[in-house]
Every structure is written in C-alpha cells, then in structure tokens.
Design a protein around this ligand. Structure first.
Ligand SMILES: *Cc1c(COP(=O)(O)O)cnc(C)c1O
Length: 369
C-alpha cells in the first residue's frame, strides 16, 4: 500500500511491544483446555481484583452512560491526602503506561535523548524510537542492577529524560535510598528523572522515598499504577506525581476522558483495601521463597526479586517458554530485553506456582533443561 510510504519514519522502525499471550490463544494453539492453563506471565495480581474495587464497579455500572470526571477529582483528592501533595501535582492515565506516552510526547523529538538502564522496562525504548529520539542504554552492574553512577555519566546536553525503574521489570532488582540520593545530587536540573514504581505498594524490600524529591522541588516525576498491587490491570488506571508546572505541561497531550469512570471509582475503592494489599504481599513473600527454593534445588540461577515476579536462567528462554506453554504454563521469554537465556515468572497462587514447579521439573527430567 502506497500510504505506507508516508508513515512517520521513526514509527516505521518501531518494533512493537510483545504482551504476554492470552490464555485462550495458548489453549487454541496447543489444544489445551483453557481452564487447565496457568498464566503467570504479566505480573498481574495474585489475588485477582480487590473486592472493594469490584463492589465499586457494580455500584457505578448504571452511571456508565456519563462521561467520567475529566479531572478525576475524587481520586485526586484522596491521593493528595495520602501522599501529602497538592491536588495539582497529579496526572492520571489509562495505566501508568499512558503517562510514559505523555512524557515521550512532551519531552522527546529527533535530536533529544533518553538515558535508561539496559534490561529495564522495554516501553522506554519503544517510545523513544517512536519519537525519533536517541536511546542511550547504560550497561548494568553485577546482579543486573541499574548502574546509577554510569547513568549520570551517560547524560548529555541533549538528554531530557532519565528512566529509573524501581523495582525494575523484568529483573526485580531494587535500588536503595542512598544510591538514589547520590544520583539525585548529580543529575543536572534540566533533566527529568522518571521514577517508574509500578510495584511500589507490594515491594518486598525497602522502597526509597522518591516522593521526598518531588516535595523538595527536584526535577522528577514518580509513576504509580493500580494495575499490579490492586489487581486493576484490565481497567487501566495509573498516575504520576510531580511539580505542578510540569504536570500542566504533561496534561497537554492528555485527552480529557482518558481515565475512565469505572477505573476512577475502582481506584478510589482500592485505596481503602488494606486487607487485600496485606494479603497480596504475604502471598508474594511466600511465592518468592517457593521459587528461590525451587531454583536452588534445581541449581538454576535466579535474580533475587523485590517485586511479584522472578527471573530464572534456563538457557534459551524462548524455547523453554514454548515447552512450558505446551505443558499449560504461560511465562515470559525475555528476548526483547536482550536476556535470551532467562525467563520471567510472575508470582501466582500456591497451586499456580506448584504447577510451574512441576512443569519445569518435567523439562529437567526429559533433559530439555
Ligand atoms: C506494568 C508496568 C507498568 C505499566 O503498567 P500499567 O498497567 O500501564 O499501569 C509500568 N512500568 C513497569 C515497570 C511495569 O512493570
């Protein structure tokens, strides 16, 4: 088609994001029963949807003919109180992913650059390519950790954004408060540091207090989401917290009703669901020990994770993922992250984790691993 010659050049070169495969797809491809398939591939909530959020969905159902509140005021007020920030310091999105898009639209163009760690969330690379900006990828330290010192050194006068994913997806590594403080002292103040904290509420270690930098007026934004901790991945709601002036610029590309009505109501309710959060964290702690024990027993290398997933070195991740799928277990291969020898497994219920354990042991027994 001739029209394809007119595609914006940066876009034509983009390699699209590969999401985890839906259960129905895998069932069809491998001739399996969908009910027997375990999907632990997208870091979704182990306990499903927060019950308080479910109730809020039922309650708002008859109002869904209305447009949502474009300012998301109920959620905004609640979060402002919880985080001790002003209401004009928030921006909402269809997942925190949409806020990453706004950041790209506002701050990236040909001639500008992004600094991020190797093996960090792959969306940063995709969005940078989409805008025709340069992606400066900084090698990791031992243990696949972000090397913040090297990241500071990689910043050039053209750099507008630096992404810090903490805990990082897919490695699960966590950066300490001390490292972040040193880093923030060194980053020039015309560079925006993006703290992508999708797992903050369920972090299995000590989460650094990055909001303190927002409060001190540093050039940074903190991104959070309801997708992971609160089990709202399917309804799409996330937010960013930053200086009010910066937020008003980020609002320019935002369409007024991007945060949908049900998502706003469910998010408000989810914030009160402390029992759900507590039970989730407990399940993740248990799962973490299960997987670490399993890896030790099978002599498989793994990266100790501070989020609700773990990276395991199986060799040839794409092949292993396919073999696991044939056994009814969906996990993620990490080729887009240039981690070909690894797979990423999300923490599931006890039964789901054990199903993975049995499947991987089957592969070992058949000399396929
Ligand atoms: C899951 C995830 C997101 C985005 O999630 P949304 O569903 O768009 O809120 C952002 N960053 C990281 C690191 C993630 O793992």
């Amino acid at each position: 088609m001739k029209i394809l010659d007119k595609i914006n050049e940066p876009v034509s070169k983009v390699k699209p994001y590969q999401p985890g495969r839906p259960i129905e797809d895998v069932a069809r491809d491998f001739g399996l029963n969908a009910d027997d398939i375990v999907k632990i591939a997208s870091n979704e909530s182990v306990l499903g949807v927060s019950p308080l959020a479910q109730q809020a969905l039922v309650e708002c159902m008859a109002d869904l003919h209305r447009y949502p509140d474009a300012g998301a005021w109920e959620l905004r007020d609640k979060l402002a109180q919880k985080m001790s920030l002003d209401t004009d310091q928030f921006i909402f999105g269809a997942g925190s992913n949409e806020i990453l898009v706004f950041l790209a639209q506002v701050f990236l163009a040909p001639g500008k650059s992004v600094v991020a760690s190797a093996h960090a969330f792959v969306i940063y690379k995709i969005l940078t390519a989409m805008m025709g900006a340069d992606f400066i990828e900084v090698p990791v330290k031992d243990g696949l950790q972000h090397d913040l010192e090297a990241m500071v050194k990689a910043i050039t006068p053209e750099t507008s954004l630096v992404f810090v994913c903490n805990p990082n997806n897919p490695t699960g590594t966590l950066i300490s408060q001390e490292e972040i403080e040193t880093f923030m002292d060194q980053v020039p103040d015309d560079v925006l540091v993006v703290f992508d904290e999708a797992y903050a509420e369920i972090c299995l270690g000590e989460m650094p207090d990055t909001l303190s930098f927002v409060k001190k007026g540093k050039t940074c934004i903190v991104l959070r989401t309801f997708s992971k901790a609160y089990g709202l991945a399917g309804i799409r709601i996330g937010y960013g917290m930053a200086n009010a002036e910066l937020i008003s610029e980020l609002n320019k590309p935002r369409q007024p009703f991007n945060a949908n009505l049900a998502a706003q109501k469910m998010a408000v309710a989810a914030l009160d669901d402390e029992d759900f959060l507590e039970a989730s964290i407990k399940a993740y702690r248990d799962a973490k020990s299960y997987y670490q024990d399993l890896c030790k027993e099978m002599q498989l290398e793994y990266i100790p994770s501070y989020a609700n997933f773990i990276m395991i070195k199986t060799g040839n991740g794409a092949v292993i993922c396919n073999k696991l799928m044939a056994l009814g277990v969906i996990v993620r291969s990490l080729q887009p992250y240039l981690l070909d020898d690894w797979i990423r497994v999300s923490f599931g219920t006890e039964t789901e984790n054990q199903t993975f354990g049995k499947a991987i042991q089957t592969l070992r027994r058949n000399n396929e691993l």
